[in-house]
Structures are given as C-alpha cells and as structure tokens.
Design a protein around this ligand. Sequence first.
Ligand SMILES: [Zn+2]
Length: 100
Amino acid sequence: MSDICPICGLPKELCVCGEIAKETQKIVIKTEVKKYRKKVTVIENLQGIDLDELAAKLKRKMACGGTVKNKRIELQGAHAEKVKKALIELNYPEGSIEII
Ligand SMILES: [Zn+2]
C-alpha cells in the first residue's frame, strides 16, 4: 500500500498538490503594527523553503532583528519594498511576491 495524500486523497505518486502549491504560491509581504506602535514586516506564504535561513539573510540585508513564528518571518521595522527587492535578488519571481 502506498501513502495517501491527505489533501487530495490520491496515492502520493499520483498526487500533484505539491506542484499546484508551487504554482499558486504567492509570497505575501505586509506591515503590521504591534504594541507601542512598533512596526514589523511580515513575510508569509513561504512554502518549501528554509525559513530560518531566509530570515537570517533578510535580517542581514535589512540590518534589523527578526524571528520566525508560525511559519512566517517577522522583521522589525517597515521594510516591505526592500524585502521585495531582496527576494527578487534571491531569485524569487517578481510576480510571485505581493505587498499588501
Ligand atoms: Zn495530493
């Protein structure tokens, strides 16, 4: 018996959920205001990548602090445009990045 995909119910070798996820994946960048009006830049919808590694790269580029929480990266400060640029430099297609 082969493994069954929990999303589509097909055996894993027939399942294309992973491929679909890649195609429809849109990285979302948004700015949230936290306690004491502190701004954080949140990057979410990152799938199949090492979040800690990407967070470290972005923190270095933005020269700011940040954490990985609930599968999203939170950077201290408002860096949405810069983060988008940085992701494009890291070979993420521009069309797959959305600032909201
Ligand atoms: Zn599936």
